[in-house]
Design a protein. Structure first.
Length: 636
């Protein structure tokens, strides 16, 4: 075999090596979490969006899935974007002030409660958490100065390791796909004449046909703005003409929500396992939990569950066989009803949608499906893709390996190849399964051109209606303001926050104000021209947000301006994008700005205008930034 895996021998050995790298990542992340828990003060965690403190405790109840849940409310720092979402593991703590202890936590002693909980639901400043039992509920209700923070996620690692073990031992279809993915053996296809879809462009049409013909695997490679979701929804619809049900997964809850919403808009019955990140009635209406509650048999089931809880509560006063018989009889009736409701919900659904890790949910046990669609596949570690792969006979991956990669914390595991996704591997070993979408519908052509040339061999074209789009007459779509003449300097503020450049942040907002003044207030408001301010560093993002809140000029436009990291803008677009690059030093050190895929994402969020603020001598020591600088100069 001529591929890179040949030196490492068989598919099984390659997966075993990946298992070792995943364990290394697990240890690294666990250690980083322990260190962070011990060393970082509560206020820092709150500012990062990884903790809420202080909390107000709301009501507790059993949800429709018979889980004991408690609601908690954030009472401070409500403007900080947080990182809590469905399925994440959290831990509660109490925070005591101790004036006698001089420690790095500003005299605060954090005491963690002895259990972990799982986020079921977050809506603004309200969060609902599943807790293990009643005893812990009492502890929570009686704890003063209560807070909650993200905990280390043991579950996801356990599920990924189990999935790799299954793939290593896999027989039948799973074993076949494993061996195919790690070889250059041609993927099998059906043969039939191409179908035509008048509302798709030629490469989107090719992609849907490729999906329909694939017996084993197909890949839809969608660069920014090329209508990947539109293509994927069409491919799913066409697949459902041939199969009764498909499984649709993505790495993040947000990506699952996005594709689910588009499918629901096309009239497809979606059953969403897990809760959405944006809590509104439309999104909630297709979740498993809401459908379960809405089932006509649910009130009966709820009454039986209540009777079981009451019976258990009276346990001490009830003796003998009668108690156990009654309890067992109620439990078997409840189980029977649960199975019936479950079967009905699953048999009605055409699409089952969940995160890749969520595909391990026991609700899916025994479900065998034909096709698995993985959206944003280039952001998922390969191990997570093996979780749903055991349930299907073929897979369609959609994404763009030239945009954001998966997050890997261990440098050693990253260097040894853990960051290489299944999609990247298949693009290399099975190019015959890939369709590149080549027509983009988002950006002015001059914004798109650099990205197309650098990342996609110049193959991307602009649709005629966006090619010359702009805000001002004779405007240049891309500008780079060289901050080196101002002699700004970056500051380092701790490993987890990275770097900040306060003077550059001021200049960023000044630059935006000047551009807004050229457009005019009325037009900005009438046309709802929106802006994304992006910085690769969290500290800079938070500083910019605080600055914006104080900046009088921007008050009327606050709703039209969002500030976030590159990752926070994934999958989004804005009329204007402003980039604050932060790095400015004599050594030409640019840290993780060397990950060029992030820059590809940042630039391509813009429809009409990109303004970069960055220190040219620092950044252009790297050839990518040198080429970008030269390209922007050539537009003048």
């Amino acid at each position: 075999m001529s591929l890179d895996m040949s030196k490492k021998a068989s598919p099984i050995q390659a997966l075993e090596e990946q298992r070792l790298l995943l364990q290394l990542e697990y240890q690294t992340e666990k250690e980083a979490f322990r260190k962070q828990t011990e060393e970082m003060g509560v206020q820092r965690k709150v500012k990062r969006g990884d903790a809420w403190w202080p909390l107000k405790v709301g009501k507790s109840y059993y949800n429709s899935l018979n889980q004991l849940v408690i609601e908690v409310f954030r009472t401070a720092d409500q403007d900080i974007e947080h990182t809590f979402e469905f399925g994440k593991t959290v831990v509660f703590f109490s925070c005591q002030n101790n004036q006698n202890t001089l420690n790095i936590q500003n005299h605060q002693i954090i005491k963690y409660l002895p259990f972990t909980a799982t986020v079921s639901y977050v809506d603004g400043d309200r969060m609902v958490c599943v807790i293990p039992n009643n005893g812990y509920l009492v502890t929570l209700q009686n704890t003063e100065n209560l807070g909650v923070q993200l905990s280390f996620d043991e579950t996801s690692y356990r599920l990924m390791l189990e999935a790799l073990d299954r793939a290593i031992k896999g027989k039948g279809r799973l074993g076949y796909l494993r061996d195919l993915f790690y070889s250059r053996q041609k993927a099998e296809t059906f043969v039939f004449p191409p179908m035509h879809f008048p509302y798709l462009n030629p490469t989107q049409e090719d992609a849907v046909n490729m999906v329909l013909r694939a017996k084993d695997v197909a890949i839809v490679h969608g660069p920014p703005g090329t209508g990947k979701t539109t293509t994927l929804v069409e491919a799913i619809r066409e697949t459902l003409m041939r199969e009764s049900q498909v499984l649709v997964c993505a790495q993040s809850n947000m990506a699952v929500d996005w594709i689910s919403e588009k499918l629901v808009d096309r009239g497809i019955n979606v059953l969403r396992i897990g809760n959405p990140t944006r809590v509104n009635d439309k999104m909630l209406s297709f979740t498993y939990e809401r459908r379960f509650e809405a089932h006509p048999d649910y009130p009966h089931l709820w009454a039986i569950r209540k009777a079981i809880r009451e019976l258990r509560g009276k346990r001490r006063g009830v003796r003998g066989e009668g108690f156990h018989q009654k309890l067992e009889s109620l439990k078997s009736r409840a189980t029977e009803l649960e199975i019936r409701i479950n079967n009905e919900l699953f048999s009605e659904a055409r699409v089952i949608a969940c995160t890749l890790v969520g595909a391990a949910n026991r609700l899916l046990d025994g479900q065998k499906l034909g096709t698995l669609f993985i959206d944003e596949a280039a952001q998922a570690l390969e191990a997570t893709c093996w979780i749903p792969l055991r349930r299907v006979s073929r897979v369609v991956l959609a994404g763009d390996h030239c945009q954001l990669p998966p997050t890997v914390k261990s440098i050693a595991a990253l260097k040894a190849g853990l960051g290489k996704t299944l999609m990247e591997r298949l693009v290399e070993t099975h190019p015959e399964t890939v369709t590149l979408l080549k027509m983009q519908y988002r950006m002015n052509d001059e914004i798109m051109r650099f990205s197309s040339n650098y990342f996609y061999d110049g193959q991307i074209e602009s649709a005629p209606n966006v090619k010359y789009r702009g805000i001002l007459d004779l405007d240049i779509p891309m500008e780079w303001i060289d901050t080196s003449s101002y002699e700004f300097k970056e500051e380092f503020i701790g490993e987890s926050f990275g770097r900040i450049n306060k003077d550059e942040a001021e200049l960023t907002l000044n630059t935006l104000q000047q551009y807004f003044e050229r457009i005019g207030k009325q037009r900005l408001l009438d046309e709802r021209i929106d802006v994304g301010i992006i910085s690769p560093y969290r500290a800079q993002v938070q500083y910019l947000r605080r600055l914006l809140m104080k900046w009088e000029f921007f008050k009327p436009f606050r709703r039209q301006i969002s500030i976030n990291t590159v990752d926070g803008f994934q999958g989004q677009e804005r009329d204007i994008i402003i980039l604050s690059m932060v790095r400015s030093n004599d050594e030409g050190q640019i840290g993780f700005l060397r990950d060029l895929r992030r820059m590809n994402v940042a630039i391509t969020r813009a429809r009409m205008k990109v303004i970069i603020l960055g220190d040219v001598p620092t950044l252009t020591r790297h050839s990518f930034y040198r080429q970008l600088w030269q390209y922007i100069q050539s537009l003048k």
